[in-house]
Design a protein. Sequence first.
Length: 288
Amino acid sequence: MANHRSKQRPIPDEAPELTVPLDEAQERVMTQITAGDVLVNRRVASHDDVDQLDRDLTRWKDYTGEVLRRIASTDSLANDFNRIRHPAYVTDLKPTVEQRWRPVNDVINLYLNNVRSIYDRLDLIPVANDAQSSAQPDPLPTILNVLDRFHAVAKRLRRRHNNRETLDVRDEYDVQDLLNALLLVSFDDVRAEEGSPSVAGSSPRIDFLLKSERTLIEVKMTRSGLTDKKLGDELSVDLQRYRSHPDYDTLIFFIYDPADFIRQPASIINDLSGAHNGKRVIVVIEPG
């Protein structure tokens, strides 16, 4: 007698509930959609660029999956996100940059389609009765207020009663010392000269880490001979060096330019500010 084995149907994922309020869930998923859009629109010109895009895709995918797990009571949203079929491509033994970039870009779009679909149906998922917001107040307005007032404070310190000694901001170390003191007015845990993970055999130092606020601040002071191009190149290098730091969501470049050396501040701000690898990058040039 033939032994007929019935196929077992896969057990469907348990229906999830949102563990955070709906608006927070939507905001967190939209943040990942925005970061994915940045990857899709990245300019790729070399094989090294493709390698970096592939690594950044993995980080974005893993982080997005974790976000979906944390906003829901089950793994069903994360499972939906990861449920794609990777396209198969046949390339030459020595593929061109275009031939290598195309499948990576297509995979990003497949994941983006999934996470957009999840976003569109978030309002159909019930919110758990005990859902509590995990969002913290955005520290950015407070930090930007400190930076916006930095030059005024620096000038005021030059005028002391009976011409007593004071801090005259003449170089980058002076900027760091004064900024450290100003940040401590509003933030309890300001870590100066924080080390970041090793990059190419060296461990770059980050000027300030606001750990609880997950914010890095890198300080620059302009000088004679530091052209706009050189400054932009320095900032781009720093942006790459800090990409692997685990403790931040926002990176702020504070450029103090009291002698007005920068010719086109808007160009520097526009070139670097925005989303980079899922992180928020902001360039502040003072006095503006």
